[in-house]
Write a protein that binds this ligand. Sequence first.
Ligand code: C5P
Length: 221
Amino acid sequence: MADPLPPVIAIDGPSASGKGTIAEAVAQRLGFHYLDSGALYRIVGLVSGERGANLDNDLEISNISLNLNIKFEFSRVWVDGRDVSELIRGEVAGAAASRVAVLPGVRKALMALQRGFRRLPGLVADGRDMGSVVFPDAALKIYLTASPEERARRRYKQLMEKDSGASMAALLQDIRDRDFRDSTRAAAPLLKCADAIEIDTTGMPVGEVVAQVLHLYQKTQ
Ligand code: C5P
């Protein structure tokens, strides 16, 4: 019989729900690999924008996605030999990411890349469709949420640390727009799958959420 595939913990949810922080901490505690799938869409959005490509043209953007040399190393992200770690975190890359993410060809192009992260001893993957599309056989599926106001506050705090002049009202609007785009698109919309466990992190400290996810994972063993 073939060896079973390495276990996956899928953590999905809307933007700024704390997925990245929680997923990275859980991966570290378990010694698992970590996939930040949003970073892949951000890279495609960023590079496509820089090249002046039409962000609504599936064929053009899929071709760009298929030909990128992406490397994650020591918490940094490299594309074709260039460190884009800071650039992909900006609001411009975020907005471009959510635009190219509606294109079915782009989602298909990124599928094999994402599945390639599934290696021993296991993987924690965060995104929008980790449990529903990319790793439907995940051992544990978590759906993380928080109120839009709380998510805007978190993002505001993050951006303030970087001295950005963002306004709370603009961030809240951006989060609402992105939620709408992510949940109403035809290709792999953001949704809580039937077998996912929802955790509302509004007002919850990070350590508590991490402990809850680890506890839920232990129960699957
Ligand atoms: O998670 P993050 O905010 O970095 O993702 C950026 C954008 O990429 C999201 O707004 C979403 O449109 C898209 N995305 C996606 N599927 C994923 C991860 C991200 O469509 N698995």
